[in-house]
Design a protein around this ligand. Structure first.
Ligand code: GLA
Length: 410
């Protein structure tokens, strides 16, 4: 009897927990929403409307322009794909914009070595008013996504109550598990509860979701990027410890390549999101992106840092009254990433610093590689003074490692 109970409890725990082994490092890919929104007007704008053509063209770019090979493998559909439900209650895509269906798109993505993500909402309607996954539809929709061979689900929460969310998210995690298909689960749940304890229980969330949106939607502006960064830094004592392999905070998409950021601001978003161990979901037109923006998003050392196997989220460790901030992220092999960030609006700032000011207290000699320029600064001891020159709303980013270790590993 006791054994039976234990067995049952283990089974229940397994079903309730999202134990899918996915996303040991933050997911990377492309997500339609920020750039393409709910443009359904394919008659006037066939190239940019939410349609299978858009996703296939982005898939081609991901595969052919070096993105996939750097790790950008998710091709994620957002809102406005749904046509309705058929007589059996099964979701169907908009027949005009997705004439070949979602399974076809998934096959196309897979044939290129990519993965397909999809979007639904645990309320009556999605945020843009398409049919939602009400509680009675959770199991059916999970099976539908699995049958279509979808690889990630973003489950939004517009038009839902707190109670429906509290039931619906765990229920979907369990339903996805039962399908047996590994489907990464992206939850918008915390963003709808204010993003902080006691309304959000991050320990529990990490057992249900692979990533979660904590806060507001990113918009195409520097102000939006800053407001998100501010919120994450302000609440880092809560947020930093809950991220790790398989479960990530999601400060929302990268808007690099769009209309709102200068080149320095684009570099800053990339560097700061990397410090936050954030998912790297681009939302830009990969058919027309400039070489400069591509360089930012395809920086191999940046990606290596973002994808560090320890998966430790970084923290803001200094906030100077003259509008300079420093972020630090511990990495494997005793390395760390440092971001010197300027919120100033005057001119490049000469920031004088030392490793001891940044809480390094071991008598080692370090070397730093500037992630954007490639310059190497060597012979840094904790007491060595150095100066970094940081552009207004820009960053200097370092990959820092003890030299001794480098020699040992070579
Ligand atoms: C919400 C989400 C966004 C996007 C839209 C779609 O606002 O937070 O990321 O998915 O809905 O309608």
């Amino acid at each position: 009897m006791l054994l039976k109970t234990v067995f049952l409890l283990v089974l229940v725990a397994q079903v309730l927990m999202l134990d899918n082994g996915l996303l040991r490092t933050p997911p990377m890919g492309w997500l339609a929403w920020e750039r393409f929104r709910c443009n359904t007007n394919c008659d006037e704008d066939p190239k940019n409307c939410i349609s299978e053509r858009l996703f296939m063209e982005m898939a081609d770019r991901l595969a052919q322009d070096g993105w996939r090979d750097l790790g950008y493998i998710y091709l994620n559909i957002d809102d406005c794909w749904i046509g309705g439900r058929d007589a059996n209650g099964r979701l169907v895509p908009d027949p005009k914009r997705f004439p070949h269906g979602i399974a076809f798109l998934a096959d196309y993505a897979h044939s290129l070595g990519l993965k397909l993500g999809i979007y639904e909402d645990i309320g009556n309607l999605t945020c843009m008013g398409y049919p939602g996954t009400t509680l009675d539809k959770v199991v059916q929709d999970a099976w539908t996504f699995a049958e279509w061979k979808v690889d990630m689900l973003k489950l939004d929460a517009c038009f839902s109550t707190a109670k429906e969310r509290a039931t619906g998210y765990p229920k979907m995690a369990a339903a996805l598990n039962v399908t047996g298909r590994p489907i990464a689960f992206s939850c918008s749940w915390p963003a709808y509860e204010g993003g902080l304890p006691p309304n959000v229980n991050y320990t529990r969330l990490a057992e249900i979701c692979n990533l979660w949106r904590n806060y507001d939607d990113v918009q195409d502006s520097w102000g939006s990027v800053l407001s998100i960064l501010d919120w994450f830094a302000e609440h880092q004592d809560v947020l930093q410890p809950v991220a790790g392999p398989g479960h990530w905070n999601d400060p929302d998409m990268l808007i690099i390549g769009n209309f709102g950021l200068s080149l320095d601001q684009a570099r800053a978003q990339m560097a700061l999101w990397t410090m936050l161990a954030a998912p790297l979901f681009m939302s830009t037109d990969l058919r027309t992106i400039s070489a400069q923006n591509m360089d930012i998003l395809q920086n191999p050392l940046m990606i290596k840092i973002n994808q560090d196997p320890l998966g430790i989220q970084g923290r803001r460790i200094r906030k100077e009254k003259f509008y300079i901030e420093v972020f630090m992220r511990p990495l494997s092999n005793e390395a760390s990433a440092l971001v010197f960030f300027s919120r100033r609006t005057d001119m490049p700032y000469h920031y004088r610093c030392s490793l001891s000011m940044l809480n390094f207290n071991r008598s080692l000699t370090y070397e730093a590689e500037d992630v954007y320029s490639g310059d190497v600064i060597t012979g840094l001891r904790e007491e060595t003074d150095f100066t970094v020159i940081i552009n207004p709303s820009g960053v200097v980013m370092w990959y820092l490692y003890p030299i001794k270790n480098l020699e040992m590993s070579q």
